[in-house]
Write a protein that binds this ligand. Sequence first.
Ligand SMILES: *Cc1c(COP(=O)(O)O)cnc(C)c1O
Length: 396
Amino acid sequence: MGEAQNALFPNYGRYPLTFVKGEGSRLWDENGKEYLDLMCGLAVTNLGHAPKQVTERLKQQVDTLWHTSNLFHIPNQDQLAQLLVDNSCADAVFFCNSGAEANEAAIKIARRYFQKVVGQPERYEIITYHMSFHGRTLATLTATGQDKVKEGFSPLPEGFIYAPYNDAEATEKLISEKTCAIMLEMVQGEGGVNPADQAFVKRVAELCQQHGLLLIVDEIQTGMGRTGKMFAYEHYGIEPDVFTLAKGLGSGMPIGAMLGKEKLRQAFSAGSHGSTFGGNYLSTAAGIATVETLLEEKLPERAAELGEYIVSELKAKLAGNPLVEQIRGLGLLIGIGLNQPSADLISTIHEQGVLVVSAGPNVIRLAPSLLISKEELDRGLETVCTVLAQKAAATV
Ligand SMILES: *Cc1c(COP(=O)(O)O)cnc(C)c1O
């Protein structure tokens, strides 16, 4: 469907493309044209489109049982939670359906921990960061450090204050007797693919320890092997009290998760929080198959290797291109920072049959599948670099 008015709210600015089939890192549009996917539906289809390892498990589940509600035990949920706990610093998991809901759960458990477990109801404020992105619910858009997601939605819930990213000193100055948590991304995805500095993250973790604050890491975009570790916090030698997952967790099936340390368990006592669909048989079947595949095929390691390769290729191929300011990222979450808006260039790259996406106005974001072949990757990078070279030539 094109630009014409249809029965949907116009809340998305969509590219003029419609896909009808996907396989691995390839997508086909309604005219049969093939595209190479270097964005994975915004860092979601980390195993590629319709990955066999997941579709088989999902098909089996579709024929067996879909939904019973969280009034009953759901073995898939137990199994996925155990897998996540066994492979992270967390001790307990809550499942929901999206990233925003996972962060909503993180915000709620932080407040409830201080109100019901610690007995300090005056501590409810959460420090978040400029240019962060945490979701679109009222609480998570308030947590988000970008005004554009807040316009027209006031009044916003109270209890959030914002520090400049990668500035531990400024963070420390904002801590007060009201602070209950610090929440951040290890790489700001929507904010422009900005990785956190090692020293900054270490200091923030220290500040949380010193002041008895919860450290909440939003791993919704960075998790599930994307950055070259299963979870991006592992790059920093820290352990969050809470972290959140969604995008890559179900390979495209809607699922989110909030994971926390043992001391938080009682904060989410029976009846305190919930979700009708959260962790149902289908989404958790996809989650189990996804995590097992990531582990068995050592895909976080592969993401680390491919990520280094991409950055070195881009640096070589784009050296001297006057449009390019910086190439940055972690693993397979990579940003090409430009000195001008990226939108037109992204459209041209799409026309050339390669899918990339922006991350803020001046950045081209690459987030290919962890299973993309070297040949596909080379072809995609060649297209991206050629388009940038042609634009540079036309600008001079
Ligand atoms: C995408 C994203 C979210 C929101 O996830 P939804 O599933 O769209 O609600 C939150 N935080 C980060 C870091 C994200 O990248």
